[in-house]
Design a binder for this molecule. Structure first.
Ligand code: NAD
Length: 497
């Protein structure tokens, strides 16, 4: 008998109004049902928006440090529950336990950051050009916001959105991806247990079409924070034009690690193994391209192929497993398709390229870590996001070529250069079109107190992490306070300034 879970709407755990449900299964063992969840529709979203709108009227009056203290308490509770939540996360989406612990830890760190922001959340005091007049800025909440998250960081990404949204005084309607409803449930339960007003925070489970669609179209929401695919991001931009919602989009990536001729090759090897195959390559920041200087190309490629042979695939809950399954059958099929695309495009398959189904792997969606060499910049496997354990290797002969190859994609999220050349490192900062550049570290590994996001097709310019989202979830109010007792006209009485 599988456990049934519910939505959290209007302060209560409830089924979808239509009574429909969907199953959440373990991608490492498809026979295991992790839970049964409500398949919600527009009317559930409507109820959630209504409840959050009512509750937000009180929440916006709660002093910001008090809001922060509640969020700190949520982070404390996540610390206590970390192991349980990490194990459940591995069961529902497959990544290995060390990584799911990192995912929950990121939510914890983000909660503590939000708690401390409660005692900052600075406005600015600005000198007025007129005498006896004060000028400053303060924050007002947007109102109620819709948060839509993907499945690959089931607690970290919802935390990047929810903590700043709540701290800034907003009501929330949150839709987790339907591959990870349990982690979404754990996260919301924790916030409620910590003291977030129940009606303020609403969890609505369901598919992108049945719940995501009504959220992005909803006239009662003032903002949408979305992380997911570029296709859905573009749809949200179009739909939001009608209601002029504020929209933050974090979308795909086609990230590259560049290995220069003077690089520490052992270090670069560890970096690319982690960057390309960590989370089974299912990260927006995954290393999908490896750009190698011709002087070390052949040697580094040999080192890489040998190291890949030592990686172990399996259930992420088991000791010694390096790579878990793909999240679902569709993603697995995508890997088979991209292998074919690579071969048809003329690239050389060096390792992997097939479904792994030996023994217990047969029950899940496993794909062997795959490397293509001889990839040229215009090939599809060099430009399209693959979102799985497939790495495309490109050879370059000088820095200008490396930059041209690196920038030859529609995305611009994360980038990495391995070199001992200090000057070249700073050229990388200037030349690589990406929101993040790592020097001597892989393309993955963002820290929650620093801005996270990208250029070009990766988003619309907003950043998650750090201080940016607190601005995104706020309206800036500019206050002029004239204590001169006379009419003072800016620009007119101050012509000489
Ligand atoms: P997705 O776009 O399919 O789904 C993301 C979320 O949007 C899910 O909750 C889904 O249910 C919802 N959704 C789907 N269709 C919708 C619609 N029509 N209206 C509203 N909501 C809808 O993406 P995914 O497969 O879950 O995640 C993988 C993608 O996310 C990759 O492209 C990856 O690069 C990207 N991603 C980006 C970041 C980042 O920060 N840049 C982080 C993680 C993942």
């Amino acid at each position: 008998m599988s456990t049934s879970y519910q939505n959290f709407i209007d302060g209560k755990w409830v089924d979808a109004l239509g009574g429909e449900t969907f199953e959440n299964r373990n991608p490492a063992d498809w026979e295991e049902v992790v839970g049964v969840f409500p398949k919600s529709m527009k009317e559930d979203v409507d109820r959630a928006v209504k409840a959050a709108t009512e509750a937000q009227k009180d929440w916006k009056k709660v002093p910001v440090p008090v809001r922060g203290a509640i969020l700190t308490k949520a982070a404390d509770l996540l610390v206590e529950r970390k192991e349980e939540y990490s194990r459940d996360m591995t069961r529902e989406m497959g990544k290995v336990l060390t990584e799911t612990r990192g995912d929950v830890q990121e939510a914890i760190d983000t909660g503590y950051y939000a708690g401390s922001e409660g005692r900052r959340f600075f406005g600015r005091t600005v000198p007025s050009e007129l005498p006896n007049k004060a000028a400053f800025t303060t924050h007002l909440p947007l109102g109620v916001v819709g948060l839509i998250a993907p499945w690959n960081f089931p607690m970290a990404i919802p935390s990047w959105k929810s903590f700043p949204a709540l701290l800034a005084g907003n009501g929330v309607v949150f839709k987790p991806a339907s591959d990870v409803p349990l982690s979404g449930t754990h996260f919301i339960r924790t916030l409620i247990d910590a003291g977030v007003p129940p009606k303020l925070l609403n969890l609505v489970h369901g598919t992108g079409g049945s719940v995501g669609g009504p959220i992005i179209e909803h006239e009662g929401l003032q903002g949408i924070s979305f992380t997911g695919s570029t296709a859905v991001g573009k749809l949200i931009t179009r739909v939001s034009a009608d209601t002029l919602k504020r929209v933050s989009l974090e979308l795909g990536g086609k990230n590259a690690q560049i290995v220069w001729e003077d690089a520490d090759l052992d270090l670069a090897l560890e970096g690319v193994l982690w960057g390309a195959f960590g989370t089974t390559g299912q990260r927006c920041t995954a290393t999908s391209r490896l750009i190698i200087h011709e002087a070390v190309h052949d040697m580094f490629l040999d080192m890489l192929i040998e190291a890949i042979g030592k990686l172990t695939l399996g259930n992420g809950l088991e000791e010694g497993v390096d790579i878990g399954p793909l999240v679902n059958e569709e993603q697995l099929k995508m890997m088979v398709d991209y292998t074919q695309i690579g071969l048809e495009g003329g690239a050389e398959l060096r390792v992997g390229g097939e479904v792994a189904s030996d023994g217990a792997l047969d029950k899940g969606f496993f794909f062997k870590p795959t490397v293509f060499s001889g990839v040229t910049p215009e090939m599809r496997i060099a430009t399209e996001e693959i979102f799985g354990p497939i790495l495309s290797v490109l050879k370059v002969s000088d820095w200008d070529e490396a930059v041209a190859v690196h920038n030859n994609t529609d995305y611009g999220l994360s980038s990495s250069l391995y070199t001992k050349n200090l000057n070249l490192s700073f050229h990388a900062v200037d030349d690589l079109v990406a929101g993040i550049t790592y020097i001597n570290a892989p393309t993955i590994g963002a820290e929650c107190h620093l801005p996270f996001g990208g250029c070009k097709g990766t988003g619309n310019g907003h950043r998650e992490g750090g201080w940016g989202p607190y601005e995104f979830f706020s309206e800036t109010k500019t206050v002029y306070f004239d204590y001169s007792g006379a009419l003072q006209r800016a620009q007119i009485d101050t012509e000489e300034v």
